[in-house]
Design a protein around this ligand. Structure first.
Ligand SMILES: Cc1cc2nc3c(=O)[nH]c(=O)nc-3n(C[C@H](O)[C@H](O)[C@H](O)COP(=O)(O)OP(=O)(O)OC[C@H]3O[C@@H](n4cnc5c(N)ncnc54)[C@H](O)[C@@H]3O)c2cc1C
Length: 203
């Protein structure tokens, strides 16, 4: 059996009041929908920055809320100058070292180094990452590391601690979801099939 369930089904929640309002999105589709709307984007990695730039270019008024002191270091190198310049010229507003604290129907509270700021708001795009379904992995017997919930598997065959149960794709990364992507996880298929074929040949 091969498990390749990825990690996009479970968004990392903000756990703040108002997160259950329908205007709060953990998934992003069409930027046109946000034209002329006041959009807060939470996060500073690739998804957040793509959402900020695309909705801005379709006419949204965009505010980024970023926990760190800078735009995420893993943002693609050809996207980074674009967002830095939009922030610098003020066309996208960014609060650094800041956290979204509460969401209400028409406004949000942001905790900034200068104190609590309340701004008008129509939509919150919570681009705060995703995580594998660890409960599912545990339930089927896969051991996870204590610190980063990395599944136990053989790095040559992709077979887990459960005999005959393999993992493929980004699900193998535990909490370190950035380690695996399309290009470097395709190889898992060859490794798994090679192992299965080898086992069958020995029968
Ligand atoms: C905006 C964006 C841009 C990206 N750009 C790139 C890029 O340029 N290059 C690159 O290499 N990577 C990129 N990635 C990452 C890439 O999408 C992932 O690395 C890749 O999709 C992981 O493949 P996967 O098969 O492991 O998981 P996924 O593609 O997430 O597939 C998992 C599948 O399992 C299903 N599933 C989950 N749980 C269950 C269940 N319990 N039962 C049945 N089915 C289940 C899901 O619905 C899904 O269909 C990007 C990702 C995003 C979001």
């Amino acid at each position: 059996m091969i498990i390749s369930t990825g990690f996009y089904d479970i968004p990392v929640k903000l756990n703040i009041p108002g997160e259950d309002l329908p205007k709060v999105k953990h998934y992003y589709q069409d930027p046109n929908y946000y034209a002329l709307q006041k959009v807060v984007v939470v996060g500073s990695s690739n998804s957040a920055i793509d959402v900020a730039l695309e909705t801005y270019r379709k006419g949204a008024e965009v505010t980024l809320v970023i926990r760190g002191a800078d735009v995420g270091e893993r943002v693609k190198y050809w996207i980074r100058p674009d967002i830095m310049n939009r922030i610098k010229e003020g066309s996208i507003k960014a609060y650094f070292k800041s956290n979204l604290k509460a969401i209400r129907q028409y406004e949000v509270d942001i905790e900034t180094p200068e104190g609590l700021v309340t701004i008008p708001n129509d939509f919150v795009m919570a681009m705060t990452g995703y995580q594998p379904n660890f409960e599912f992995l545990k339930k089927i017997g896969i051991k996870l590391s204590e610190d980063r919930f990395v599944p136990e598997y053989n790095h040559t065959t992709m077979e887990t601690n459960v005999a005959g149960l393999y993992l493929a794709g980004v699900v193998v990364g535990g909490m370190d979801t950035h380690l695996w992507f399309i290009e470097n996880s395709r190889i898992h298929a060859d490794m798994i099939i090679g192992d299965i074929v080898g086992k069958v040949e020995k029968l």
